[in-house]
Each structure stands twice: as C-alpha cells, then as structure tokens.
Design a protein around this ligand. Sequence first.
Ligand SMILES: [Zn+2]
Length: 275
Amino acid sequence: MRRLCSECKHEDPDTSNLLKGLPASFSNDKSITFWKGEGCDACNFTGYTGRVGIHEVINTTPALQRLINDNGTAQEIEDEASKGTFCRMSYDGIKKATIGLTTISEVYRVAPPPAEELVPDRIPSAELVDDVEAEEPANEDHVSVVSSVTARKILVCEDEEFTLLLIKGILEGEGYTVITARDGTEGLKNALLESPDLIVTDYMMPRGDGIALIKKLKSKMATSYIPVIMLTGTDELDLEVEGLNRGADDFMLKPVNARKLIARVSRLLRKSTSQ
Ligand SMILES: [Zn+2]
C-alpha cells in the first residue's frame, strides 16, 4: 500500500463516517482513529511517500494440512484457517490504517474486505469486491500520469459508505484529489465551494437525488461546465435517458468497475480541458 507522508499526515476528521463502512469487528470500536495526508513538498502534494507491506499469514494445523492435501477449495481452507490465528489481508491493512501508516481508502483500493463481512445494508453488491480485485493492475508500482500534473479534483456524491470508499480509493490511486458528499444537498454545496473538475454522483440519495443535483448544477453558471458521471444500481433505459437529458455527461452502472471508471473519468477530463 502507499505509505502516508510522515511530514503532513494528521488525524482524519471523517473517522466516524469511515468506520461505518468497515467490517463489524472494527466499526463498533470507538477508540479507532484514521489518518490522512494533507499533501506537502516532501510528498509532492500526494499525501503519500513510499510503500508499506500488507500481509496475510496462515499458520497450518493438522486439520488444514489434511484439507490442503485433499484439494479443499479456497473457501474451505479460509473457513478452517479462520478458526485459528489467521488474519486476512484487508484486516492487516485496516490495522495499519488505525496506526497511521496509510489511509482507509488505500486499504479498500488494494485489499477490500469481503462484502459479506460488512454491515449488510451498506453493501451494494458482493460482485463489487471481486470485480475490483480482478481489475487491479498486476504492477502496483505503475507511475500515475495524473499525479505528475496538478492533481485534478473530483467530487463523489454517494450515500452508501462502501461504494463511496471504493470509488474514492480507485480515484485517489490514480492521483486525483477526491472530495465527498453523502447527499444531493451536500453535493451541491461542495460543488460550489470546491469547484471540482468532475463530479461522480449516485442517482438514489437522501435529501435531493442525483437527477435533482444535476439539474441544479447545470442551471448555475459556476458549476454548469463541470462534467458529471451518474451512477445507478439498476439498468434502466428511462433513467439513463432522463439523466442524459438533464445534462449528465456519462452514465455508469453499479457495481463500479475500476478500469471503466478510470477510463470514463480521464476521457471526460480530457474533453473538458480541450474545450
Ligand atoms: Zn506530505
């Protein structure tokens, strides 16, 4: 994982919100603090310098040896290992985030916890996790083309904590600066305050849905030029057409596929700079 810059890291004021998106064993722990990097000279304003390992270790037991010899499935082996001291990779990552070695969104980018361990009403789909793991580039040390230029700012409006963290992680991994909002009202406020280069918004949100948000954004001079990608959980043609009519520049179906999201974001940003 990328390691937080020791020069500019500080406690993340958003910790209590971030906790909601974690597996139950962590989300109830009120003593946890997460950290974030502000960005400074030492880290080229990315908030990160260097890397820190993330590990998964299984101590074998006679029962596990038998299972492995008998060609047990990965799930069977994991279930058996969980009875012992096994600590899965995502948990190792979360623990490292709590001691300030990295951010929670970096953990979700690199090794998201299994969806079935998250609080059920916050999980959009179990496929989400598999999808991102499969799409993760093999070479983690790829140089981001975005971070070498001035970081582009993206506003993500999403009420589901898990999806929000995931999208944030994917975009920050590409070097974008991500600001967030959890409903349409906060989304509009942050769009006006922060002037993001692009907005990704969910369709279904409390307090002003995605369509209403897009309508407002497009009607205001200050925000009308900002490209918008609309997310939805259902594949409905009517919804897509309505979103596009209201001024959405693109449309994506959840669960969010990391590579598709990155491709669409960079296409829209290229388009808006060349105008
Ligand atoms: Zn720094």
